[in-house]
Design a protein around this ligand. Sequence first.
Ligand code: SAM
Length: 308
Amino acid sequence: MAPGSDDLSHVHEPVLVQEVLAFLALERSPGGLVVDGTVGAGGHAAAILRAHPDVRLLGIDRDPAILTHAAQRLAPFGDRVRLVHRSYAELAEVLAEAGESAPAGVLLDVGVSSLQLDDPSRGFSFRGGEHAPDMRFDSSSSDATAGELINHASERNLARILFELGDEPRARSVARAIVAARPITTVAQLREVVARSALRVRRHDPATRTFQALRIAVNDELGHMERGLDVALRQLATGGRLVVLCFQSAEERLVKTAFREAARERRGRILTKKPVRATSEEVRRNPRARPARLRAFEAGSNEEREGS
Ligand SMILES: C[S@@+](CC[C@H](N)C(=O)[O-])C[C@H]1O[C@@H](n2cnc3c(N)ncnc32)[C@H](O)[C@@H]1O
């Protein structure tokens, strides 16, 4: 089997692959190390390894279950790949433990994989039926689940989460409906409660925004992202590139702020004045690409960065 031509390729079609490869520009760093901080099912990783037969890849993911899929998909690339169960926010520690430093590229494709969404027992999708709303990336962790959050958070806190992390215009009504319906024990029950009060937009299930917001909150995704962006920008080799794909407005703001701050401190330059979006052709083929926004940054020399 040719590398990457495995039967998992249909499971999670990676978005903006050509654009990711172009912005990483790994041809400038033969033999270099690239970090895929959200390796997921390994779609982008496989494309990178195929396009650059001499790069090595360190793949990180918070979800131990998805790493088994990545291991299977990336097995044809042999010892060019190492996979680590951690958060990309801990990139400095991961690199030190692997005896590595100064990656030529870091990719962050934040959010949830369709492999995770398609497993009803994980509770990520509103199609999860009678399963409990869990939504933790790492089900072995002691973190609170989405079920615990919706059954115990105050109405005010729930409304804030739905508005800020889900862009739900009717956040207060949805939060009120959730609190009134407690205890909520299944995904089906949550979906039904939300569907009665959330804004309906053509083509989208009204529960989409609530499920996204709860997932981001349960996993403290913005906290990890803020730390991860900072550490990635500081760990890159001179001329190394950070490429970030996001799908939600609060994530986008974090990336914009981190890049602007790094550029202002002369730690490198922003490569994308405006975020890069999928072509209409790609959106037709893979609707998940529609909300994707790509931003990229190139690190300056160490002297510049240390002087800042
Ligand atoms: C959109 S998917 C990535 C898909 C991947 N690019 C591919 O082509 O298959 C996002 C992945 O990021 C992981 N993830 C989310 N937050 C993370 C974090 N802080 N550190 C590491 N992995 C994280 C999720 O578990 C999920 O597998």
